[in-house]
Design a protein around this ligand. Structure first.
Ligand code: GLN
Length: 547
């Protein structure tokens, strides 16, 4: 068997320039050449996982099949590689330090002096190796969060240096750097990248490849300039201009022959590349057909447009996948739930949409506005798709306005409600009383059984499914009877029948009104769009066609 190979992806100059997507795209082009790849994300935070981080601070919390709450980049990896990634492929500073300190407290180091630059670096390497066995991978691609020169990720770069020392021929460093084009100067500047390389050099690490991110392509002159000043082969400097669709990036990398460069540097024998399906999909996602207008009703919208794509990245990508498959051009708009609370007449604007989606969420803010939007979508027969909180709020709306349970609510918002149609799961009560918040929701993949002939079963083409969860509340079993008698169909349930996983209205009453307790957005990939997103998009397309 060939020796295992490691590619470290590091950030220079500044963050937020697409290191996660670069890592995913490198994984994709290597997988397309027949290698098993295992992408890892290292986050420098002291949080033990991403579950306790506010999405506005850190973007979406992505959930793996295992239930680990992690960084949104893990979602990019899964989407690009079409594979379920094990929890061993994510680590934070907090996770690593906690393990080492707990082990030390249990005399696990036999009385030795436990030190960061040995015991912590060895623990980092132990975790990387654990992930290899789990994935049976040929190549690990390890993204180190943040940028070089920050104190908080220095220990991870040190671990990478040690790995290179142990396996000089098997470790490759990729620096993702940004080349600004200042308005007044109008010229692309290479100095920040040169400085980033020098900073990396001070750790004893030298980049083999530079991915040059910018708003325009890099010319040969600049490749040579960086190459000369930073001691890098200009052929190993890859131009990565801004793109309309992230799914073009693997194809762009291949225009510069990136997979061949990587395989040559790692002394791996190249195989024929197979990106045909990907090429077709990338074209589909961009082309589209008739415009379909989808409104997302949520609450994180007033913090500025730039955060949105991070907070709801999996939902946005799932909609894009479905739009590509349904042959429509997606027009996505953000609707602030708060607006509908202040002014009910604003709800009329929803008529202009072909589909309304309420994503997952927590707490009280915006809830009444979301419920009002759901009521409008139900009454005006606008396709509606609710994810997690979006399903719970749809159940509340139905209870209040159809089943006549006035004031029905979730106990998350109103503990005194007369009709707690959504209530905390019994096993959560004790955890909450002990302030045990980290990693304690109902998390990760659970199976569900679907009712034959339901919209859900028809969409999946199956009656047993597995989906990922992240919630503490559920549909209160005491209200299922009355809700069903009033026409709401619980078409998906946990195998023991206790937990309601999907609520829907029959086709005879509404073109598409469906909510899921789980998060389907965590399992949609561009090559395999999620069946429920696809069904929602088809219903929205039909409405767009009637207008
Ligand atoms: N707040 C709800 C719960 O905890 C929904 C969670 C979510 O949308 N992810 O059950």
């Amino acid at each position: 068997m060939a020796r295992h190979k490691y590619i470290f992806v590091l950030g220079g100059v500044m963050s937020g320039v697409g290191k996660g997507v670069t890592t995913s795209a490198i994984g994709k082009i290597l997988k397309a050449r027949g290698f098993n790849v295992s992408p890892l994300k290292i986050d420098p935070y002291l949080n033990v996982d991403a579950g306790t981080m506010n999405p506005i601070e850190h973007g979406e919390v992505f959930v793996l099949d295992s239930g680990l709450e992690c960084d949104q980049d893990m979602g990019n990896y899964e989407r690009f590689l079409d594979q379920s990634i094990p929890p061993e492929n994510y680590m934070t500073n907090g996770m690593v330090f906690k393990y080492v300190i707990d082990k030390e407290r249990a005399l696990g180091y036999g009385g030795k002096c436990v030190e960061p630059t040995y015991h912590i670096t060895e623990e980092i390497l132990r975790r990387i190796n654990l992930s290899i066995h789990k994935s049976d991978a040929d190549i690990s691609i390890i993204e180190i969060g943040g940028t070089v020169g920050e104190y908080q990720n220095a220990i991870f770069i040190e671990a990478a240096r040690v790995l290179k020392l142990k396996h000089p021929n098997d470790v490759l460093f990729v620096l993702v750097s940004y080349l600004p084009v200042p308005d007044k100067i109008g010229e692309m500047k290479t100095k920040p990248t040169q400085a980033a390389v020098r900073t990396l050099n001070s750790y004893g690490v030298h980049p083999d490849i530079v991915i040059a991110r910018s708003n325009r392509p890099l010319d040969n002159r600049r490749k040579e300039k960086i190459g000369f000043s930073s001691n890098i082969n200009p052929k190993h400097i890859i131009s990565a201009p801004d793109v309309d669709s992230i799914y073009d990036i693997p194809l762009n990398f291949e225009k510069d022959g990136l997979s061949s460069t990587i395989l040559r540097l790692l002394k791996l024998r190249p195989k024929q590349t197979d990106l045909e399906d990907w090429r077709k999909m990338a074209a589909r996602v961009k082309d589209g057909g008739p415009v379909v207008k989808i409104g997302i009703v949520g609450k994180y919208f007033k913090t500025g447009d730039f955060v949105l794509s991070d907070v709801y990245i999996s939902v946005i990508e799932s909609l894009k996948h479905a739009a590509g498959a349904a042959g429509v051009k997606l027009n996505l708009e953000w609707l602030d739930a708060g607006d509908y609370e202040k002014d009910k007449s604003k709800l009329k604007e929803l008529s202009a949409y072909d589909g309304i989606l309420v994503p997952g969420g927590f707490g009280e803010r915006g809830v009444e506005g979301k419920i009002a939007a759901i009521e409008y979508a139900r009454e005006k027969e606008i396709p509606y798709f609710g994810l997690c909180y979006g399903m719970q709020l749809a159940v509340i709306e139905y209870a209040r306005h159809v089943a006549n349970l006035k004031g029905a609510h979730t106990t998350e918002v109103n503990k005194q409600t007369k009709y707690p149609v959504i209530d905390i799961m019994p096993e959560q009560v004790e955890k909450m009383s002990k302030a045990d918040y980290g990693g304690t929701m109902r998390l990760g993949a659970y199976p569900a059984k679907l009712k034959g002939e339901s919209i859900a079963a028809r969409a999946y083409g199956a009656t047993t499914i597995s989906e990922r969860h992240r919630h503490r509340y559920e549909v209160n079993p005491e209200y299922i009877d009355i809700l069903e008698k009033n026409g709401l169909v619980f078409s998906g349930r946990s195998p023991d029948g206790v937990l309601m996983e999907i609520a829907e209205l029959p086709r005879s009453r509404h073109p598409f009104f469906l909510g899921t307790q789980f998060h389907p957005e965590f399992k949609s990939t561009p090559l395999h769009p999620h069946p429920l997103f696809f069904a929602f998009m088809k219903a929205a397309k039909a409405r767009a066609g009637r207008k």
